[in-house]
Structure formats: structure tokens, C-alpha cells
Design a protein around this ligand. Structure first.
Ligand code: ADP
Ligand code: MG
Length: 233
């Protein structure tokens, strides 16, 4: 579902401060995979995830998502593809502070033009799936970190994306809550067959995934199958 060939990205291309961040990335991801990208801070993990999520573009090489070449797309076409194919989970949750849990979950459907009644009903369904039915009318600041991340997972799921991209999803959570979030992500991966790509610098998170890619200074240093994934925090 993801095919990346010799992909390069430079920030401030052409300026004296140019920063070559992704240096010839080759990567394939199949539907239903549960994998992680590890690497030191500054190694290019978020940049790669943003390119994969069509939030950012790249300079040379090729990126194909579900058969579509993602290159030189107009803003509109990029947004359309992103809304249809990709769900995001962030370290800082990225919930809208003045909208309640249900409205936050429903938001992607608003962008896809789904009428309010229908999108709120679906949002309730997903909140209930994630054990948050009782918290539907709570604002983000009335929820714990773990609950916020569950709202974000529901929001990522609601448009039935083919891939969910998570950038340090446990970075702001304590150990017990991190474990809970990774268990939920694994569960969603197995039950819904959704591909999950998790960027992390936590070894415990990587150990829970079936495949670990190490990024070092903008290059893939290793890409290994993990024969025995365990959730151990
Ligand atoms: P990681 O997520 O692995 O910490 P990033 O992809 O965020 O790494 O960043 C890789 C490098 O690119 C870092 O040196 C960072 O400072 C730089 N960088 C990230 N975003 C930008 C940007 N928008 N403009 C310029 N440089 C950036
Ligand atoms: Mg990062």
C-alpha cells in the first residue's frame, strides 16, 4: 500500500542553510502491518511521517500510496487523498479545545461533507468502542491524557482510513497509560485490519510492533522483522 523509492527532502532547498533531512529513503509497507520507526531526535522521523501523511511534500524520488503517485498534487487533491486514506495521532493529541469529545471525533467527517446528525451518531459509536461513551460531552481539558489519546484514536478511525500514522503517541503519557494506548492500537490493527505506523523513540513501543525501521541521520539504517512482539511496559 506504501511504496517509497529513493525519496529525498531538503528544508530550505537552495539556501545556504539547506538541510537535507531525508536521504534516499526506500520503504514498502503492506496493508495490515503494525510497524514502528525509531531513531534519535532530529533523525527525520516526523518529516518522513508527514510526507507519508501528505502533510508535507518531498523533492525527488517517488511515493505511491494505494496506487496513487503522491507528487506535485494540488492542495485540494492532496487534502482529498489525505482525508480519505490517512488518520493521524499526535503526541500532543491535537484536539480542538472548545469542542467536546464527540465533536472532535466527528471532525474528519465534517471535512468530508457528512451531515451533522450522521457524523455525530458515528462519533458516538466510535467513542463507545473506545470506552468513552460517558465522556462524549466533555471538553479536552476535562479528560485525562489517556482519555484524550483515545478520543484522538477514535477521530483517526472514523473516516475508515487505510493507514493510521502516529507520531510519538505515548510521548506525553505515563507508563500504564502508554501500555493502554498501544494495546488499543494493536487491537484496532488486528480487528479492523488498519495499517499502523508508529514513530517513537521508546524501545517498549517498538518491541510491541511486528517490524522496526531505524532511521539515522535521514537514512534507513535497518529494517527488521520482530518475530515476537510483546506489550511490556
Ligand atoms: P525527528 O522527528 O526524528 O526528531 P524531524 O523530522 O522533526 O526529526 O526533523 C529532522 C530535522 O529537520 C531536524 O534537524 C529539524 O530541526 C529539521 N526540521 C524539521 N522541520 C523543519 C522545518 N519545517 N523547517 C526546517 N527544518 C526543519
Ligand atoms: Mg519528531
Amino acid at each position: 500500500m506504501i511504496k517509497i523509492r529513493n525519496l529525498n527532502k531538503t528544508y530550505n532547498l537552495g539556501s545556504p542553510n539547506a538541510l537535507h533531512v531525508l536521504k534516499g529513503i526506500d520503504m514498502d509497507v503492506k496493508g495490515g502491518e503494525f510497524l514502528s520507526i525509531m531513531g534519535a531526535s532530529g533523525s527525520g522521523k516526523s518529516t518522513l511521517l508527514n510526507v507519508i501523511g501528505i502533510l508535507d511534500n518531498y523533492d525527488t524520488g517517488e511515493y505511491i500510496l494505494d496506487g496513487t503517485l503522491v507528487k506535485g498534487l494540488s492542495e485540494t487533491r492532496a487534502a482529498e487523498l489525505r482525508n480519505r486514506k490517512v488518520g493521524f495521532i499526535f503526541q500532543s493529541f491535537n484536539l480542538i479545545s472548545f469542542k467536546n469529545a464527540m465533536e472532535n471525533v466527528a471532525l474528519p467527517l465534517y471535512y468530508n461533507g457528512v451531515p451533522r446528525k450522521k457524523r455525530n451518531a458515528l462519533a458516538m459509536e466510535y467513542l463507545e468502542k473506545l470506552g468513552l461513551g460517558e465522556h462524549a460531552d466533555h471538553l479536552p481539558n476535562e479528560l485525562s491524557g489517556g482519555q484524550k489519546q483515545r478520543v484522538a484514536i477514535a477521530r483517526a478511525l472514523i473516516s475508515r482510513p487505510s493507514i493510521i500514522l502516529a507520531d510519538e503517541p505515548t510521548g506525553a503519557l505515563d507508563t500504564t497509560t502508554s501500555r493502554e494506548v498501544i494495546e488499543i492500537m494493536r487491537d484496532v490493527n488486528l480487528k479492523e485490519g488498519i495499517t499502523m505506523l508508529i514513530v517513537t523513540h521508546e524501545a517498549a513501543v517498538a518491541k510491541a510492533t511486528d517490524r522496526v525501521i531505524y532511521l539515522r541521520d535521514g537514512k534507513i539504517e535497518s529494517d527488521k522483522h520482530n518475530p515476537n512482539p510483546v506489550i511490556e511496559f
